[in-house]
Structures are given as structure tokens and as C-alpha cells.
Design a protein around this ligand. Structure first.
Ligand SMILES: Cc1cc2nc3c(=O)[nH]c(=O)nc-3n(C[C@H](O)[C@H](O)[C@H](O)COP(=O)(O)OP(=O)(O)OC[C@H]3O[C@@H](n4cnc5c(N)ncnc54)[C@H](O)[C@@H]3O)c2cc1C
Ligand code: SF4
Length: 331
């Protein structure tokens, strides 16, 4: 479990960092907080020639809110800063809750938003030491030929296991991506490929530089519900994020996101179609919870059973919607 040899590059500016990435191409890897990269390097999952440490790039930090333009978060903003930000707590509650459940306090102090949105997918058969994986003949995702989760298939079903992406999707977030060719923006919902092997739409010379959340979603009620083995530290095994706008008890808008059950985080758009314009009723909540379990497709990628994780999606959807629709809301 020791680290492989690599060259450590420490650019101080974003334009320099993307040029370094372009120079090394597939042999480079970005490191921000390192809380995902370093354990993966130790497990022998990657052996980059160059690690591009972006932590010293000042322009990638900070939380800015303007009531007209919304929220801007730099990619290096730590999860602690997001969870504890009074602006995020007040205006974008679902994001503060999701960030506050990531890992443990120490990991949230080191872990960044950019790293959280670009995590590697996870699987019981993959996130293991080389010796462990070798004993099982490795797997399709690295060094092997068989998927132990869905044998016979040619796809990797490793799971998207980050917490903030689903929450940000409920808030219609956009990401900003920097490269040697300039900057581009993309809705977060389009960033993920739903492929356990090749998870995100990011070129080798690109860096996720920031996240924007529109002003029109400020003030939505929000709730994030998460299943994990040890509530003090673990990755999600299932997660449900909800952002809701209510007016006199009527649901004017609602967005529900899922994480940790598919190879990508995603929005369950049917929930909005079912609930917009409705008053609270157990039947309406139940219909939405059904839409959720039709969309979430957990497989045997973790020690918890797919059946239990799927059942918990229903419980979380019911719990979050009921809590937010009650008279005093989620906060
Ligand atoms: C014990 C343990 C428990 C954990 N529990 C959770 C959990 O509950 N929920 C959760 O979401 N995560 C969890 N994590 C994972 C991790 O701590 C967090 O996701 C953290 O936010 C990752 O951020 P980082 O800055 O440390 O990322 P890094 O480890 O630096 O990078 C992660 C990935 O993103 C890429 N990357 C980083 N920044 C950028 C960028 N700006 N642009 C493009 N690519 C980038 C890296 O190349 C790498 O592939 C856990 C980790 C550990 C060790
Ligand atoms: S889903 Fe299959 S191919 Fe992907 S990491 Fe797991 S065992 Fe390997």
C-alpha cells in the first residue's frame, strides 16, 4: 500500500496548470485535497508520471453570493467551508446538508468541491489493494477481463459515490471548465456519463474550475438523506437530495436527485412532473417515492445488499418530501 513514484508539479496559476496537464497528457493526474487520489494511488489503481497539485492556485478558492446572480463556488472550496457557510445554509440548504455529510470532519477540511464532483466511481471489487484484486483475478475496470458484479457483460457498473453532485443538480448548477483553449460552462447534469469506467466529460487538459448556482433557486427548502455503514465517516450507499419551493402549502417546484446507486448521480425528473401544483398528501409522496425506486438501480457493488439500498431510497424520498412539505419546512 505504499505510494508509487511520481513527479509532483505545483502550478500557482490556472493557465499554467492546464498547460502542465496538456504536456503530460494521459500520464498526468490532478490532485486537490488528495483524500480520494492518495488512497487510490496506494491501492495501485493509478500510476501517473506526474501529479498536478492544484491546491496552490488562489483563483480557485472562495464562496461568493449575489442575490441577482446567485452563488459561485471555487473548485478548491473545502466541504467544511460549504457546510458551514451561512450563505449556503440560508439560501441553498440541500447543498449545505450534503457537504456536511461527506466522510469525516478531517476529510471535509481537506476535501474540495472540485474533487468531490470528479471522484472516481467505487466498487467492492475495485477499491481494494493490488493483492486483494489479484486474488480475485482483477476485474474489467483494471487489469482483468470479467465484471464480478455483472458477469458476462462488458460494462463497468462501479457506483458514483459522491454526496454533493446530486444536491447541486437539484439546484440547477452549472460547472465551469478551464483548458488551454479557454473556459467553457456545462450544466452539471450533463457532466456525468453513467459509465463506471469513464465517469465524466472532462478532457485530459481540463480542470473543473468552479460551480455556479442560479439566484432563482435561492431560498428553496432542502434536505439530503444518506445511507452509510458508519455515519461518522463512510461514503454513501444511497443518497436522496431534494430542493422544494412551496407557496401556501402548494408545491410550486421540486427537484429530487439520487446518488450512490447508479454509475452517475442523476435527477428524477418525474418527481417534479408528479408533484408540481399539488398540496401535500401521502398518496402524492408515495407516487414520487415509486418514481425514485424505478430510477435507482443498485447492484452488488458494496457490502450492503441492492434490495436494502433500493428500499432506503423509497424511505429517504418519503422522509425528505414529507419533512419539506410540513408547515415549518426543512429549516
Ligand atoms: C474514509 C473516506 C471516506 C469518504 N467518504 C466520503 C463520503 O461520504 N462522501 C463523499 O462524497 N466522498 C467521500 N470520500 C472521498 C473524498 O474525501 C471526498 O469526495 C472529497 O471531496 C474529495 O475531494 P479532494 O479534493 O480530496 O479530491 P482529490 O482526492 O484530490 O481528487 C479526487 C478526484 O478528482 C480529480 N480532481 C480533483 N479536483 C479536480 C478539479 N478541480 N478538476 C478536475 N478534476 C479534479 C482528481 O484527479 C481525482 O480523480 C471519502 C474518502 C475517504 C478516504
Ligand atoms: S462493476 Fe465490475 S468492472 Fe466495474 S469495478 Fe466492479 S467488478 Fe470491476
Amino acid at each position: 500500500m505504499s505510494l508509487p513514484p511520481f513527479m509532483l508539479l505545483r502550478p500557482r496559476r490556472l493557465d499554467e496548470a492546464v498547460v502542465r496537464l496538456a504536456d503530460y497528457g494521459p500520464e498526468a493526474m490532478i490532485v486537490a485535497g488528495g483524500t480520494d487520489v492518495v488512497p487510490n494511488l496506494r491501492a495501485g489503481l493509478f500510476s501517473p508520471r506526474a501529479l498536478v497539485d492544484i491546491k496552490g492556485i488562489g483563483e480557485l478558492g472562495g464562496i461568493r453570493f449575489d442575490p441577482r446572480s446567485g452563488l459561485e463556488l471555487g473548485a478548491l472550496t473545502t466541504l467544511t467551508a460549504i457546510a458551514e457557510s451561512s450563505v449556503v445554509q440560508e439560501h441553498y440548504r440541500v447543498l449545505a446538508e450534503a457537504a456536511g455529510t461527506v466522510a469525516s470532519p478531517v476529510l471535509r477540511n481537506m476535501g474540495t468541491l472540485g474533487g468531490n464532483l470528479c471522484l472516481e466511481t467505487r466498487c467492492l471489487w475495485y477499491n481494494q489493494s493490488t493483492v486483494w484484486r489479484k486474488a480475485c483475478g482483477f476485474c474489467l475496470k483494471k487489469d482483468g477481463t470479467v465484471c464480478h458484479v455483472a458477469p458476462g457483460g462488458e460494462r463497468c457498473w462501479a457506483v458514483w459515490s459522491g454526496d454533493t453532485a446530486a444536491a447541486l443538480m437539484t439546484l440547477d448548477a452549472e460547472i465551469e471548465i478551464a483548458s488551454p483553449r479557454g473556459r467553457r460552462r456545462m450544466p452539471l447534469t450533463e457532466f456525468y456519463k453513467n459509465d463506471g469506467m469513464d465517469r465524466i466529460r472532462l478532457g485530459r487538459d481540463e480542470i473543473l474550475s468552479g460551480v455556479r448556482v442560479p439566484a432563482r433557486l435561492a431560498g428553496y427548502r432542502g434536505s439530503y438523506q444518506k445511507l452509510r455503514i458508519r455515519s461518522a465517516i463512510d461514503y454513501p450507499l444511497a443518497g436522496v437530495a431534494v430542493a422544494m419551493q412551496l407557496e401556501n402549502g402548494i408545491c410550486r417546484d421540486v427537484r429530487l436527485g439520487l446518488t450512490a446507486v447508479n454509475p452517475a448521480p442523476l435527477l428524477v425528473r418525474e418527481v417534479g412532473e408528479l408533484l408540481r401544483g399539488q398540496r401535500f398528501s401521502p398518496e402524492a409522496v408515495e407516487a414520487a417515492a415509486h418514481a425514485v425506486i424505478r430510477t435507482g438501480k443498485p447492484l452488488k457493488t458494496s457490502v450492503s445488499t441492492p434490495e436494502y439500498r433500493r428500499d432506503m431510497l423509497r424511505v429517504f424520498a418519503r422522509r425528505a418530501l414529507t419533512r419539506l412539505w410540513s408547515s415549518n419546512g426543512g429549516h
